[in-house]
Design a protein around this ligand. Structure first.
Ligand code: ATP
Ligand code: MG
Length: 571
């Protein structure tokens, strides 16, 4: 490609709407332009990068034995009703109507469509195992689309779905996909980690997320200092603490006229935050399905983990209690509530660390008052449930017993999921097994955020001058820059020859023949992140050399033709 014939449109100003560096640089480099919230046009430059990612994903999926097909973006409501997800998927589902008032959604994922395809296509165990994938646009009506294509509403996903006659076969393919994802992200030149993930509302047996490590990542990851344990913080288990010490203090009232938070109360009393207990009032359901008031207790310095809490019996669909409900059950207003002397019987769910505390501080269910020296069994009954309901914190022991947990941030770029039979059961997808008996196939699903990877790679690879593409993702690997092509035809001819030679050798090369002044030309080439820059100038030609510089190098070097070709891998 010759840049004189290419639509490259870089901008100098830093766009005000961009919060993260990848979004800024994608706009400055002219890779994307916003159409509406979470909707972007990919420019010719942006599309080159997107296609490189897509190609790497496709080649590795094919090599792993998966088969590409293509499903529509628009999906009929009836399929989503079979799995109950027309309602359950919630506000992220973009629902649309055709001229006959028939309802559809723009697919946010394709489990329903592929299971429908499978129940019509697959009839015998002989056709299994099989793994179908497509690279297709998805739409999710995200509450807060942001960070450009990182959390967009329309985005490109590679989604794969496998079908198996038994669980062993599913486990083998899960492993195969796990390994394939490792190869894809390695090939793309990204620093990544696979972490245990929550199987969440979809259910299923095993799940790993693949994260590109970056400080700007939305997800918190927990790592062991001593082993390869890594998990999303949402999932990492907080191990039980040691035994509860004996009570040493009498229970007493503390005046806390304006102190409503554990932090404020601890500061007033001059005690560590770890001695206080936070009470969170919730409404769940009891064994009979009746509304049940629940007080969840975590240590003052801990944070309640909503996913862990939702896994407790009766709390699947819990919500925060209203001020009225808090008053009815505790006779308190928020800020001073606690588990001692409630007005009505309630269910107390204590985090493991709270159940192991003695002489702690809680709200007194009375405005302006807290209680100190509180002890289980003496001042209030033992908790109804003791469970892990908090987020792990830095320094907690690793759940595998080896080392302590440290934290890092990540961007989720892939997700592998052993689904089991949830969709095949809901949609009556069966095949005949070797004895001729109909069985429901076990399924796996495997997603990669193709468009998100482009932004994630920039978060990890940039400097003050712009993007630094890993080789496999660069729009072009090499830029041949011509100084004053109009003044000197020898220079233009030599640059043209080098450009042709590199492309002929399979090295994706762009010729910057726009005739810009060197400063402006180099600024563009750095901004758009081309890994290798070669400058062809009159002076260099006279000396028989080219000026070469890697995007990460601080200095340019002078190389003769053979050394240059060797450096670029063309010789
Ligand atoms: P997230 O937790 O980031 O919302 P998710 O868990 O909902 O993602 P999956 O359903 O696992 O996402 O989808 C597979 C992949 O699609 C994700 O790993 C991610 O890379 C990508 N993806 C999901 N939502 C978006 C989005 N709004 N914009 C861009 N990529 C996305
Ligand atoms: Mg996910």
């Amino acid at each position: 490609m010759r840049l004189s014939q290419f639509h490259l449109h870089t901008v100098k100003e830093t766009p005000a709407e961009a919060e993260v560096v990848s979004h800024k640089l994608m706009l400055k480099a002219g890779m994307i332009r916003k159409l509406a919230a979470g909707l972007y046009t990919w420019s010719p430059l942006g599309l080159r990068v997107l296609r490189k990612v897509e190609t790497a994903v496709r080649e590795e999926m094919n090599a792993a034995g998966a088969m590409e097909l293509l499903m529509p973006t628009v999906q009929p409501k009836e399929l989503w009703e079979e799995t109950g997800r027309w309602q359950k998927f919630g506000g992220q589902l973009l629902k649309i109507k055709d001229r006959k008032e028939a309802e559809y959604c723009y697919g946010p994922t394709a489990e329903e469509v592929i299971t429908d395809y499978a129940r019509n296509e697959l009839s015998s165990y002989k056709q299994l195992p099989v793994n179908f994938y497509n690279v297709q646009w998805k739409f999710r009506d995200e509450i807060r689309p942001r960070f450009g294509v990182m959390r967009a509403r329309e985005f490109l996903m590679k989604d794969a779905y496998s079908f198996h006659v038994d669980d062993e076969s599913l486990a083998a393919e899960y492993r195969n996909m796990y390994d394939t994802y490792g190869r894809i992200f390695t090939r793309l030149g990204l620093k990544f980690r696979a972490v245990f993930a929550d199987t969440g509302a979809i259910g299923g047996t095993a799940s790993h997320e693949f994260h590109v490590l970056a400080d700007s990542g939305e997800d918190a990851l927990a790592f062991s200092s001593e082993s390869d344990y890594a998990a999303n913080v949402e999932l990492a288990e907080a191990l039980p603490p040691g035994p509860r010490p004996a009570a040493a203090e009498a229970m007493r009232r503390i005046d806390t006229p304006t102190q409503k938070t554990c932090e404020d109360v601890a500061a007033l009393m001059g005690i560590p935050l770890q001695r206080t207990v936070k009470s969170v009032a919730l409404m769940g359901v009891d064994a009979e399905g009746q509304p049940q008031f629940v007080l969840a207790l975590v240590r003052g310095d801990h944070v309640v983990n909503e996913i862990k809490l939702a896994k407790l019996a009766g709390l699947g669909e819990y919500r925060l209690a209203t001020e009225g409900e808090i008053d009815t059950h505790l006779g308190s207003e928020p800020g001073f509530l606690g588990p001692v002397n409630p007005k009505q019987k309630l269910r107390i769910v204590a985090d493991r660390s709270v159940a192991a505390m003695a002489d702690f501080v809680v709200g007194a269910n009375e405005k302006g008052v807290h209680l100190a020296g509180v002890n289980w069994g003496r001042d209030l009954p033992e908790p109804d449930d003791v469970a892990d309901i908090r987020n792990v914190v830095e320094g907690d022991p690793s759940p595998d017993g080896k080392g302590t947990l440290g934290f890092a941030r990540g961007i989720e770029v892939g997700h592998v999921f052993a689904l089991g039979r949830r969709y095949s059961e809901a949609m009556q997808c069966t095949v005949l097994d070797s004895s001729g008996k109909p069985v429901m196939p076990a399924m796996g699903c495997y997603g990669i955020g193709v468009s998100r990877i482009v932004a994630a790679a920039i978060e990890q690879n940039h400097d003050a001058n712009g993007i630094i593409w890993p080789e496999a993702m660069a729009p072009w690997r090499v830029a041949v820059c011509v100084i004053n092509p109009k003044n000197d035809t020898n220079v233009a001819t030599a640059a043209e020859a080098l450009y042709r030679e590199l492309n002929a050798a399979g090295i994706d090369t762009v010729l910057d023949d726009r005739g810009l002044r060197p400063g402006a030309m180099f600024a563009d080439i750095e901004l758009i992140g081309i890994p290798h820059r070669v400058v062809v100038s009159e002076r260099g030609l006279a000396a028989g050399s080219f000026e070469y510089r890697h995007r990460r190098a601080s200095e340019a070097e002078s190389l003769d033709r053979a050394a240059l070709l060797a450096r670029l891998g063309a010789a």
